[in-house]
Design a protein around this ligand. Structure first.
Ligand code: GDP
Ligand code: MG
Length: 388
């Protein structure tokens, strides 16, 4: 397949062809990159809707995809129960989740070399196609191919090519990261968790709370997704599991008030860490981005400098759409970190590479399952090892 039409020199981040993937064309990616920071907040714009309602709430999206169906379950690998050391089990899960992507990057690359000894243009074009299939994204793929083209004269086999590919991908993860999340500058450390419905916000909050609790921190969770009583209930269950306090108001109460009260309670109780759950649906009346900004404002009114972290949760199974969401949210609200969930259930693991190279926001956590300890701090080395 000739991919020349994908090539676009414009690298300013707007309307890049990355929004489309090889197997997921136009209708899923209605140029959300065209949404300007100004219009992003006014989600009347159909582009914003397309991105944000990928898996949105039942009220406005009756046909919404159940996050548990489709890719996340259908593609899930059956895997042996993790045994022995915990991190070895984590790594296994990660490897198993990335197995389809890995197949593309290993087996197929071996096939590229069949009957050849040197890298030529045709091979590079085929490699380009492979990387795009793995959801690494068009622009990132072109960058990787460029790096390989330079080194081509000294590559003489698939094993060497894979090593070079690994180091090219590894280099893409070298972005400047801000101070470590664990450094509690002012107490409590407040994390606001945002993202569209179904991506795994509530689950990630439960996992984060459990981690912090395990590290000896006193944790309080704020139930600022007040849209449905069920959302508050779900969060309450996670708070119990994670042994964390919870501040909750009634269904449909003001999310900003919940956030404010939770920070106030945390300060009074000497809590170390507050994690705020937020709604991810598009309102019909009030705008999602405006609501999130309001929550943020009320938190900083109570505790100047907070929230210290705004964590955007993205679902890896949505592929390039996750990247569009990252751009849209970041345009509206300063996102300080990303969490990418459901890597255990996808063939689109290359999206990690796409996101890390396209966004100047650190990927902090990856979710590799639905259990409380299925959250890992993102480790580029380990990820690249699991990818090949
Ligand atoms: P929210 O709407 O963003 O709060 O999403 P939820 O936390 O309610 O999660 C939606 C679904 O995704 C639930 O069924 C979770 O169990 C599932 N989920 C969340 N994180 C992961 C993950 O890392 N792996 C898998 N396989 N499922 C996950
Ligand atoms: Mg939720």
């Amino acid at each position: 397949m000739a991919l020349g039409w994908f090539r676009k020199k414009d690298r300013d981040g707007k309307s890049r062809p990355e929004e489309e993937t090889a197997d997921q064309p136009a209708e899923e990616a209605t140029a959300p990159g065209n949404v300007s920071p100004d219009t992003a907040a006014e989600v009347e714009a159909p582009q914003a809707d397309d991105v944000l309602t990928g898996k949105d709430d039942e009220k406005t999206q009756p046909e919404a995809v159940d996050p548990e169906s489709e890719n996340s379950v259908a593609e899930r690998e059956s895997e042996p129960a993790p045994d022995g050391e915990k991190s070895a089990g984590f790594f296994k899960r990660l490897k198993s989740g990335l197995s389809k992507t890995r197949k593309v990057l290993t087996t197929d690359i071996d096939e590229l070399f069949t009957g050849k000894v040197k890298i030529d243009d045709e091979m590079l074009e085929n490699l380009e196609e492979l990387l795009i299939t793995a959801d690494i994204g068009v622009q990132t793929t072109l960058d990787i191919i460029e790096g390989i083209r330079k080194k081509a004269p000294r590559i003489s086999g698939s094993a060497e090519l894979k090593e070079i590919l690994k180091s090219e991908i590894r280099a893409l993860f070298d972005i400047e990261t801000t101070a470590a999340d664990s450094a509690l500058v002012s107490k409590p450390h407040v994390t606001m968790v945002i993202g569209v419905n179904g991506v795994g916000k509530t689950t990630t909050i439960g996992k984060l709370a459990a981690r912090a609790n395990g590290a000896g921190e006193k944790v309080l969770i704020a139930a600022a997704d007040t849209f449905r009583a069920a959302a508050i209930e779900q969060l309450t269950i996670w708070a119990e599991r994670a042994n964390a306090d919870i501040v909750r108001h009634k269904e449909n109460s003001d999310p900003a008030a919940v956030a404010y009260d939770s920070v106030e309670a945390a300060m009074a109780r000497g809590v170390d860490r507050v994690i705020i759950d937020t709604a991810g649906r598009l309102h019909t009346r009030v705008n999602l981005m405006e609501e999130l900004k309001k929550i943020k404002r009320s938190v900083s009114k109570k505790l100047p400098g907070a929230p210290q972290e705004t964590l955007l949760v993205l679902d890896a199974t949505t592929g390039q759409n996750a990247l569009s969401q990252a751009r849209l949210f970041n345009d509206a609200i300063d996102v300080t970190g990303l969490a990418l969930t459901k890597l255990d259930g996808t063939a689109k693991g290359g999206i990690v590479v796409a996101i890390c190279s396209a966004m100047n926001i650190p990927l902090k956590y990856i979710g590799v399952g639905e259990q409380i300890d299925d959250l890992q701090e993102f480790d580029p080395e380990r990820f690249v090892e699991a990818l090949f």
